[in-house]
Design a protein. Structure first.
Length: 156
């Protein structure tokens, strides 16, 4: 764990006790619930146009670098050998959009969740975010790219 990061289950106490000049990073779901007490700062990318955090700016990738996806990691061999793990992963992936919305997080587009399900059921292994990943790629584009890589002759 990084020494600059301190996790707190009671983040509301942490945020309310911050000194006036500190600029902490808090999740957007927490910010939305406490928007009356907190101020979100826009981020100015290389082009110099500041972008405020919002559901839209996180989904379309214009609010960077402080938006990120949440992942689950699964041991493929254990999942194939264990019905309980397979059921859990299928349930989690199949209900991801609902879980994210219930938690107050920013959902990915629905077609991106379908791509994740397709990777699971087609047994496409490995990350979609490794290797020579172009800057600015959306999560959906990275997932589609991993399918295209599976079609290359060396993976057949």
């Amino acid at each position: 764990m990084r020494t600059l990061y301190r996790h707190s289950a009671q983040i509301h106490c942490t945020a309310s006790g911050l000194e006036i000049f500190r600029k902490p990073y808090l999740g957007f779901a927490y910010f939305r619930v406490n928007a009356d007490r907190l101020k979100a700062l826009p981020i100015a990318p290389a082009n110099g146009i500041a972008v405020a955090p919002s559901v839209t700016s996180a989904q379309d990738g214009t609010y960077r670098p402080l938006s990120r996806p949440l992942f689950i990691y699964v041991n493929d061999q254990q999942m194939l050998a264990n019905d309980v793990i397979r059921s859990f992963v299928g349930y989690t992936v199949g209900n991801g959009l609902r879980f994210v919305e219930e938690a107050g997080y920013i959902p990915l587009p629905a077609d991106t969740y379908r791509l994740v399900e397709s990777k699971l059921y087609r047994h496409v292994l490995g990350t979609s975010f490794g290797g020579d990943l172009p800057v600015g790629l959306t999560i959906g584009e990275a997932l589609r790219r991993s399918f295209d890589q599976q079609k290359r002759p060396e993976f057949r």
